[in-house]
Design a protein around this ligand. Structure first.
Ligand code: CA
Length: 236
């Protein structure tokens, strides 16, 4: 009986695929590989992996085609591998359901941290955020959803309705990059010219109220040109 997480690595470049698979095995995950979209589809159905690492540039079909198929039937976390030139593809992949992305070339430690976080996010998706008494807690930050209160080290931070809504949304998807467009549509219901600016202004205000300073704990990470990511909650 094998209880290790099974991870499907879809990448056509053999050296990158082997590097990723070796890295995963070294960290006690079980890695299986596919070098094309078609092969990945078959592997996904027969192996039911716990996580998929997906290169977007595949020889037969675009990786996003496979991602859409996965999302039709499951919440299996997907981390997209993209080249630096694929900025638009990366945002598109997040918008259609990728949990995270890693830009090539990437470091081993960062990659393994993303894998761990994506696997944890599926366990957290059934978390208590929407239940009565639901809270988010991470390193001194506490969000109390019922009363819409935000505290840092026990001191209440006064946020506007919009600022609170943005923070609550991010905290309900900890560790996951939410794209500008996803946040904007969730908060304002529409995405028009100037929306990104509006979001950035609100985020700047939240950070200011949080007292974000170099060297201080950052609760919200800015993924430049893509979106924002909330830190992970403390282990319960
Ligand atoms: Ca490729």
């Amino acid at each position: 009986m094998n209880n290790r997480y099974k991870i499907l690595v879809v990448e056509d470049e053999a050296n990158i695929r082997n590097f990723v698979m070796t890295l995963l095995e070294a960290n006690d995950y079980q890695a299986i590989g596919a070098s094309s979209c078609r092969e990945a589809q078959l592997m996904f159905l027969s192996h039911r992996p716990d996580l998929v690492i997906l290169d977007l540039g595949l020889p037969d079909l675009d990786g996003t085609t496979f991602l859409k198929e996965i999302r039709k039937e499951s919440n299996t976390p997907v981390i997209v591998l993209s080249a630096r030139s694929d900025e638009t593809d990366k945002v598109y992949a997040l918008d259609i359901g990728a949990n995270d992305y890693v830009t090539k070339p990437f470091g081993s430690a960062e990659f393994v941290a993303r894998v761990r976080s994506a696997l944890r996010s599926t366990q957290l998706s059934g978390s208590n955020a929407n239940l009565p008494g639901g809270k988010f807690e991470s390193d001194g930050l506490m969000i109390v959803y019922d009363s819409r209160q935000v505290l840092i080290d026990g001191v209440e931070i006064k946020l506007t309705q919009t600022e609170y809504n943005i923070l609550a949304l991010l905290s309900k998807h900890p560790g996951k990059v939410l794209t500008y467009s996803f946040i904007i549509k969730s908060i304002w219901g529409y995405d028009d010219y100037g929306s990104t600016k509006k979001l950035q202004v609100n985020m700047a205000n939240i950070r200011k109220k949080f007292g974000a300073k170099p060297g201080k704990k950052n609760y919200i990470f800015n993924e430049l040109g893509v979106g924002y990511r909330m830190c992970e909650p403390n282990e319960a």
